[in-house]
Design a protein around this ligand. Structure first.
Ligand SMILES: NC(=O)c1ccc[n+]([C@@H]2O[C@H](COP(=O)([O-])OP(=O)(O)OC[C@H]3O[C@@H](n4cnc5c(N)ncnc54)[C@H](O)[C@@H]3O)[C@@H](O)[C@H]2O)c1
Length: 394
């Protein structure tokens, strides 16, 4: 059968645009035709597009006109306006995590440390509503690019839950590493928060997704998060932090550590940590304690391949694993990192959905639940961790 051709444009030409581009190379259920990209950094845009022989668009509008789907691989502050432009033109939009958020009053000197968190929550909910309404009014759909949903370990856990009718009692999950490379990350006005937003959105999405799945199997409707208790800290900004050069510490007004406790509608729980304080590569992990099984999903690191290397420089041109501090000694090499992270599976699912009209697992409803939970978490953290209700928008 002839595959459906889907014309692709990228908003952004940085880190995420590159792994989206790579992820598209393995798509089988449709034929992505990569047309071009648009970004705010002309030099990077030129590099990104020239080496891939695609068009460097001069404006977002021009790019949207030329494609069927836009991958939003730009800083979080831009997700809502770009996605709405795309949906208005009746095109599909793939939105990188985090879905959306609150980014202040638009002024350069906005300080993320001091704004009232209730205001952040209500503006973040407003942004979610705008996205959901724009999707309803459009022929296009929102595909929420949360790769953890498509990580093979998380999909295997979905299968276990579906086939055994498991009741999940408690989820423990974590993302941590030594600090984001993106210079836009670290300023609230661009990233909409710190570790809870940038890192926590991954394990939180997985936890909410698994409870949604359980609810659909057992009761015919998703189980939503109901309350959150959160604490956040900015340890690398403490005057007594002694930086020895292994952790990024250039954040201006965000937290670098967050711990959250979620209670779902059915009384079950999830405990999640997110931080910029972890040495030795990215730590991506979900552990599920159910009434009939326990699963540990080691997304990164895992022991698919372990290598001992006595001299760091011997591996100078060998990719080992994301954000490892050194290649000397024992390493958990990821032989196919994009596969373990779910990047390829995510693209396959999105393009199959666009070609065949079937719904995706990682959709706008999941993105909405995650952001509503995160900003309720910031309200809780402002009050020293008090249990705070989560607003569910549908
Ligand atoms: N799923 C994952 O594992 C993962 C990993 C990294 C980043 N991300 C997400 O991807 C998104 C981008 O992060 P990144 O690491 O690629 O950042 P980056 O800094 O590497 O790249 C951002 C790109 O966006 C462009 N840009 C900025 N403002 C723009 C605008 N208004 N219009 C068009 N282009 C604009 C910049 O020029 C740059 O090309 C973020 O939402 C981030 O959370 C996801």
């Amino acid at each position: 059968m002839k595959k459906k051709v889907i014309r692709v444009g990228f908003a952004g030409s940085g880190f995420a645009a590159k792994f989206h581009y790579e992820g598209l190379q393995g798509v089988r259920s449709a034929q992505p035709e990569i047309i071009g990209a648009y970004s705010k950094t002309p030099e990077n845009l030129e590099k990104f597009t020239r080496s891939r022989e695609i068009t460097a668009f001069k404006s977002l509008e021009e790019m949207i006109e030329s494609v069927d789907v836009v991958h939003v691989c730009t800083p979080p502050v831009t997700h809502e306006p770009i996605a709405i432009e795309v949906l208005k033109k009746q095109k599909h939009v793939i939105i990188e995590k985090p879905f959306t958020g609150y980014f202040g009053n638009g002024k350069e000197d906005f300080n993320g440390d001091s704004f009232p968190r209730e205001e952040g929550l209500s503006k973040a909910l407003e942004s979610i509503r705008k996205l959901l309404e724009a999707e309803k009014a459009s022929k296009g759909t929102i595909l929420y690019a949360e790769n953890w949903i498509y990580a093979p370990a998380v999909q295997k856990e979905r299968e276990i839950i579906e086939k055994t009718g498991a009741q999940i009692l408690w989820i423990q999950a974590q993302q941590g590493h030594s600090g984001s490379h993106s210079q836009d990350y670290g300023k609230w006005r661009l990233s909409g928060g710190g570790s809870l937003m940038g890192k926590g959105s991954h394990p939180l999405s997985a936890a909410i997704y698994l409870k949604h799945t359980e609810g659909r199997v057992r009761f015919g409707k998703p189980i939503h998060p109901k309350t959150i208790s959160a604490r956040t800290h900015a340890l690398t900004r403490m005057p007594n932090f002694e930086n020895q050069g292994h952790l990024r510490d250039s954040y201006t007004d965000i937290e670098d550590y967050a711990i959250i406790h979620i209670v779902f509608e059915d009384g079950t729980i999830a405990d999640i940590t997110a931080s910029e304080l972890v040495h030795g590569g990215v730590k991506n992990r979900v552990e599920v304690h159910a009434n009939n099984h326990r699963s540990i999903c080691n997304i990164t690191p895992n022991d698919a391949m372990q290598t001992y290397n006595p001299v760091d420089e011997n591996f100078s041109d060998i990719y080992v694993v994301e954000k490892t501090g050194t290649k000397e000694g024992w390493s958990n090499i990821s032989p196919d990192e994009g596969w373990f992270n779910g990047y390829q599976h995510e693209m396959e699912a999105f393009y199959r959905s666009m070609a065949e009209g079937i719904p995706v697992e990682s959709n706008s409803s999941l993105g909405a639940d995650v952001i509503a939970t995160i900003y309720a978490g910031y309200v809780s953290a402002e009050k020293g961790g008090i249990e705070t209700p989560i607003t569910i928008l549908e």
